[in-house]
Design a protein around this ligand. Structure first.
Ligand code: ATP
Ligand code: MG
Length: 564
């Protein structure tokens, strides 16, 4: 456990908590929670909140709960609960035995409501949802009081009990807090706190046909759990007076402090569950964990590591002002992590056949290859070299322009870990004229990649022996949207109009070096010169190798930093 005296206060929330601990507020205790609503999968924005809540608790000898805010029976599902728990664990956090559900507190919320009614601080309203909206007023005009606002306590108690007992249809009555219809804060204008909803809840079944509204459940759940610092995103800033009002009026012993921070937005993607669910249900994506999704499970399937996501959350920091983070930073964090630990291999994505004319038929040369130049402990492996090889189609040009230094007729290049080869002839398809094979010679003196006479070549190509290589499917992913801020709505178009039609390219005839046959699902490696790839979590098997491109090697973030 950390000694609070040595904690580095890394953001304004940590500074508040630090001051509270030093002042012995809450007896010096720190208790936080991560409170997802189980109505979708977690995304990278949630990761920011998870890291913040768990790390704050960790840094100040506190604890962090996982609490499902499951007060809306209509949109919630067990699948979401399971995925959320799996994702939080995968990120590396542990709620131990502190798994809670707001629905476990339904009885308590009901008691709280009765308490407010008895105090004359809540009433049953007969206005329709639309009338309530009309009566609410606007930012510039005060609201009007409901004609039912002054029902007697007895009448309110009887009606509310009737609501609970299922005597009325959905929408006939609501319970409202009696706060202030003239308040400058719309949330304080007698907010609805209970509604009738004849719907089955995934945990409480048909036990209830009235459900508390979010605002009436969240703060009270925090208080019940002894949360000291209730951290939430900025859109709840205007709800804070109401949060405090409920806890004060209910005279609850524990009064958590609500602190707001700006939510994470990332370029070229969207973050709202309401929109993400559309990508899935309308068939734009192959599920919530499609490797193009900004969900934790999507990033995981794509090959992101928990370490890189946590590092990213550290670096973006926590602020009060909304901003959009460049997705290049997230990718940069990933590259830094993978560069240290991903072993290198050779894989040819778009194979072009190369026949080495002067190499003896049937011979195999086992060449030594370094697994990871960044990690001497990773060792070496043998890569088979033989008469027929594949190189990348892109690495050859029949008529190369000035700056193309790779293979061309008459030119010599190096094969990684292998030999120098020279292209002496080109074989083309008779009908299409397409180059289908290169005839080359090799220099046996250059084994290992250097010429004894000191002559230089300008390019080193990756390659795979045709006889030894394994066939694989490789899925190349790029940004999900073509627009930096697809959700800004400024152009009046639905965000789906900006989906990148080329966000997935499947190459099903790739050839990878034999060692890659040993890759286990979710294992990550680097294909030399091409990027980092991971064996698909579900589809990669011994019989059929399937790799996802996690990220290319080009670090646009590092470049940007260098320039500025
Ligand atoms: P969304 O708007 O994406 O649907 P939400 O706020 O409705 O998200 P919740 O399940 O209520 O989703 O979120 C759980 C916690 O995660 C909340 O405390 C919320 O403030 C936080 N959170 C959600 N989105 C972000 C984000 N983009 N950045 C940081 N925190 C977030
Ligand atoms: Mg929410």
């Amino acid at each position: 456990m950390t000694n609070p005296d040595t904690v580095t206060v890394s953001n304004f929330i940590a500074a508040i908590v630090d001051a509270d601990v030093k002042a012995n507020k809450n007896g010096g205790k720190v208790m936080t929670r991560f409170p997802p609503e189980p109505n979708g999968y977690l995304h990278i924005g949630h990761a920011k909140s998870i890291c913040l809540n768990f790390d704050l608790a960790g840094d100040f000898n506190g604890l962090c709960n996982l609490r499902f805010d499951d007060t809306n029976p209509v949109k919630e599902e067990q699948e979401y609960i399971d995925s959320i728990m799996e994702d939080v664990k995968w990120l590396g956090f542990d709620w131990e035995d502190r798994l809670y559900f707001s629905s476990d507190y339904f009885e308590k919320f009901y008691e709280f409501a009765l308490r407010l009614i008895r105090k004359g601080k809540a009433y049953v309203d007969s206005l329709s949802a639309e009338e309530i909206r009309e009566y609410r007023g606007t930012l510039t005009e005060p609201g009007k009081e409901s004609p039912y606002r002054n029902r007697s306590v007895e009448e309110n108690l009887t009606l509310f009990e009737g609501m609970k007992n299922g005597e009325f249809p959905d929408g006939q009555y609501v319970l409202r807090a009696k706060v202030d219809m003239a308040s400058g804060n719309l949330n304080m204008r007698d907010p609805v706190i209970y509604r009738i909803l004849h719907a089955s809840h995934h945990r409480t079944g048909d036990a209830w046909c009235i459900y508390p509204m979010y605002d009436f459940a969240h703060g009270q759940s925090d208080s019940i759990e002894g949360i000291t610092h209730s951290i939430c995103t900025l859109e709840f800033e205007d709800h804070r007076p109401l949060y405090d009002w409920f806890i004060d009026e209910l005279e609850l012993a524990c009064h958590p402090q609500q602190i707001e921070f700006a939510r994470l937005n990332l370029t070229y993607t969207i973050m709202s569950k309401r929109k993400l669910v559309r990508l899935v249900t309308e068939g734009y994506m192959n599920g919530w964990d499609d490797p193009r999704m900004p969900t934790i499970s999507g990033l995981r399937r794509r090959g992101f590591t928990p370490e890189s996501i946590r590092d990213f959350c550290d670096r973006i920091g926590v602020a009060k002002k909304a901003s959009t983070v460049d997705v290049a930073l997230l990718e940069h964090c990933l590259r830094e992590d993978l560069n240290k630990r991903a072993n290198r291999f050779m894989a040819v994505l778009k194979p072009l056949k190369v026949v080495i004319e002067n190499y003896p038929e049937g011979d195999v040369d086992l060449l030594d290859a370094v697994n990871n130049p960044e990690d001497p402990g990773a060792g070496t492996r043998k890569v088979p070299f033989s008469k027929v090889l594949y190189i990348e189609q892109d690495d050859f040009m029949e008529e190369p322009p000035k700056k193309f230094f790779r293979l061309a007729p008459g030119r010599e290049v190096r094969l990684r870990y292998g030999y120098f080869i020279t292209c002496i002839d080109v074989v083309k398809d008779k009908d299409t004229g397409e180059v289908i094979e290169l005839r080359c010679t090799y220099d046996p003196e250059t084994r290992g990649g250097n010429a004894p006479d000191g002559r230089k070549v300008k390019a080193t190509l990756h390659w795979v022996s045709a006889e030894h290589g394994l066939q694989a499917e490789v899925r190349l992913y790029s940004h999900l949207f073509v627009k930096e801020n697809p959700a800004d709505g400024k152009d009046g178009e639905d965000f789906t109009a900006h989906i990148n039609p080329d966000s997935l390219e499947i190459l099903d005839n790739c050839c990878v070096e034999p060692s890659l046959g040993e890759m286990k699902p979710e294992e990550i490696c680097q294909f030399e010169r091409l990027g980092y790839f991971c064996a698909d979590r579900y589809d990669c098997t011994k019989e059929k190798l399937v790799f996802n491109r996690t990220v290319t090697l080009r670090d646009t973030w590092a470049r940007l930093k260098k320039k500025s």
